[in-house]
Design a binder for this molecule. Structure first.
Ligand code: HEC
Length: 422
C-alpha cells in the first residue's frame, strides 16, 4: 500500500514538472486580468501589454517588475485581506518566471486583450448625475506640479445615496491623482471666494475634520463602488471639491475633468456610510531636519460600535512608513488594520476589507508613522532639509491621518463578507 502511494505521488510530481507553461492558457490570462486594464492604449501606464508582441517586447522589464513587487502597484502588506487587492499570487509569479526562462514561446498568436471582457465597472451604464468642470483649466507649463481644487454644487432636490462614483480625468496625462471631498458647512465656498476653483496650498487645516473625502483617482483606478445596500449621503446643499494634482507639464495642456454619480433607490434597509478623518491635529508638533522621526497618535474613541468598511492612510511627502491598529476597549487587544511599509504620496487609495471589521464602542485607532526628513529621502521637497510643520494641508507640511468609512454597527455585521458578488 505504502509503495503504491509513493508510486502515485512520484507519478503526479513528474507529471506536474513535465507540464509546460503556455502563453495562451497560463500567461495571457494573468497579464490580461492583472495588467492590461492599465497597460493599454490610452491607459494609465506608459506602454501597452495587450498582445503577445507587446508582452514579448517588454518581457525582461516585466519579469523584473513582478519579481520585485513593483507591479502591479499595491502598497499595503497582507494584501489578501482587502477586496481591492490587485497583486499577483506566488503561483502566477512562478508561471511567469518559468515561461520567460523557457524562452517565452507563443502557442497562440491570435490572443489579444479585449477590454470589455475585463471590466469591473460598466462605463455604459448611464450615471444619475454628471458634474463637469465649468471650463477647461489651462495647466502651467513650467515643469512644476500643480494642485488645484474645483468646486461643484450638485443640482439635486432631495438627498441621494451614492452607490458608485467615477472620477473621469479630462486629460489622463496631466491628472496625476485626485481626491473628492464633500463639504456641508461651506468651507470650500469661503476659500474659493466666488470663483469655481482655488489653489490647494491655501486650504486651512480646520477643514480636515469637518469635511469627508469620499473618492480617489490614482492611475488606472477611477471608480468606487460601495457594498450592496450601502451608500454615501449627498444632501442638496452640499459643496463638492475635486482636488486635482497635476503632473509637471512642459507644453500647453488643458484639463476638464468630470465626476459621475450613480444613486441607489433608498429603502428601509439601505445604510448610510460615514466617512470620518481620524487625524492628528497638533500644530505644535515639528519634524526636525536631518532625522527620521517616529510619531504615534491615539485617535478619538468610537462613540458607537461601528462596522468598518474601508480605510485610507494619509501623510504627505516625507512620510516613510505607516500603520494603523484598532485598539479594543480593554486596551490590551488590538487588530492591525493596515501597514504601508513604503509610503508613496502619489499612490493613495481606499483599502476595502473583505470581512467587515467591527470596532466596539470605546475602541480607538492608533496610528504609527515614520517621517524621513533627511537628504537621503529623494521625496524631501527641501534641500537642505528644513524643519517641517505639522497639521496643515500644504504638501510641504506634514500630516498623519486615517480616513475611515464605516456603518453604525448592526447585529450580525461580523458575518458580512464583502467579497461576495452582488
Ligand atoms: C493600476 C495600474 C497598473 C497595473 C494594474 C499595472 N501597472 Fe505596470 N505600470 C503602471 C504605471 C502607472 C507605470 C509607470 C511607472 C509608474 O508611474 O510607477 C507602470 C510601469 C510598468 C513597467 C515599467 C517599469 C519600469 O521600470 O519602467 C512594467 C514592466 C510594468 N508596469 C509591468 C506591469 C505588469 C507585468 C503588470 C501586471 C502584472 C502591471 N504592470 C500592472 C500601472 C499599472
Amino acid at each position: 500500500m505504502k509503495y503504491l502511494i509513493l508510486m502515485l505521488l512520484g507519478f503526479n510530481l513528474s507529471y506536474l514538472f513535465a507540464q509546460e507553461v503556455r502563453f495562451s492558457s497560463d500567461i495571457a490570462p494573468i497579464i490580461y486580468t492583472k495588467c492590461s486594464y492599465c497597460h493599454q492604449k490610452n491607459g494609465a501606464a506608459p506602454f501597452a501589454l495587450t498582445n503577445y508582441a507587446e508582452i514579448a517586447q517588454n518581457v525582461m522589464t516585466i519579469l523584473y517588475a513582478v519579481s520585485h513587487d513593483f507591479m502591479p502597484p499595491w502598497k499595503a502588506n497582507d494584501g489578501h485581506k482587502y477586496l481591492n487587492y490587485r497583486g499577483i499570487s506566488d503561483e502566477e509569479l512562478t508561471k511567469i518566471k518559468t515561461w520567460v526562462k523557457e524562452g517565452y514561446k507563443n502557442d497562440k498568436t491570435s490572443w489579444v486583450y479585449k477590454p470589455e471582457k475585463h471590466k469591473s465597472f460598466d462605463e455604459n451604464e448611464k450615471p444619475d448625475l454628471i458634474l463637469k468642470m465649468n471650463e477647461a483649466y489651462t495647466l502651467r507649463t513650467d515643469g512644476t506640479e500643480d494642485f488645484v481644487s474645483f468646486i461643484f454644487h450638485p443640482k439635486i432636490n432631495s438627498p441621494k445615496l451614492i452607490r458608485k462614483i467615477m472620477i473621469k480625468p479630462g486629460n489622463k496625462k496631466a491628472v496625476h491623482h485626485a481626491r473628492l471631498e464633500l463639504d456641508e458647512i461651506g468651507i470650500f465656498d469661503k476659500i474659493a471666494n466666488g470663483k469655481d476653483f482655488f489653489y490647494t496650498h491655501t486650504i486651512l487645516d480646520s477643514m480636515v475634520t469637518t469635511t469627508s473625502k469620499i473618492a480617489f483617482y490614482v492611475p488606472g483606478l477611477n471608480y468606487l463602488k460601495f457594498p450592496k445596500n450601502t451608500g454615501i449621503l449627498l444632501n442638496p446643499n452640499t459643496t463638492l471639491a475635486l482636488h486635482l494634482h497635476y503632473a509637471p507639464m512642459y507644453s500647453e495642456a488643458k484639463d476638464q475633468s468630470e465626476i459621475w454619480f450613480y444613486f441607489d433607490k433608498q429603502n428601509d434597509s439601505t445604510r448610510k456610510i460615514t466617512c470620518e478623518a481620524k487625524t492628528m491635529m497638533d500644530n505644535k508638533v515639528k519634524i526636525p531636519p536631518n532625522l527620521i522621526t517616529q510619531l504615534t497618535y491615539n485617535c478619538t474613541r468610537f462613540e458607537d460600535s461601528v462596522t468598518i468598511l474601508a480605510v485610507e492612510p494619509h501623510m504627505h511627502l516625507i512620510g516613510k512608513s505607516f500603520s494603523a491598529w484598532l485598539i479594543y476597549p480593554n486596551q490590551t487587544d488590538s487588530l492591525e488594520l493596515i501597514t504601508i511599509p513604503q509610503w508613496d504620496f502619489n499612490w493613495q487609495e481606499f483599502y476595502f476589507f473583505k470581512k467587515a471589521v467591527i470596532a466596539p464602542k470605546g475602541s480607538f485607532i492608533r496610528l504609527n508613522a515614520l517621517y524621513d526628513n533627511t537628504s537621503n529621502n529623494p521625496k524631501n521637497p527641501f534641500y537642505p532639509p528644513q524643519e517641517v510643520n505639522f497639521g496643515a494641508m500644504n504638501t510641504t507640511n506634514e500630516m498623519l491621518g486615517l480616513l475611515v468609512q464605516f456603518l453604525i454597527y448592526q447585529k450580525g455585521d461580523e458575518k458580512i463578507d464583502f467579497s461576495q458578488k452582488y
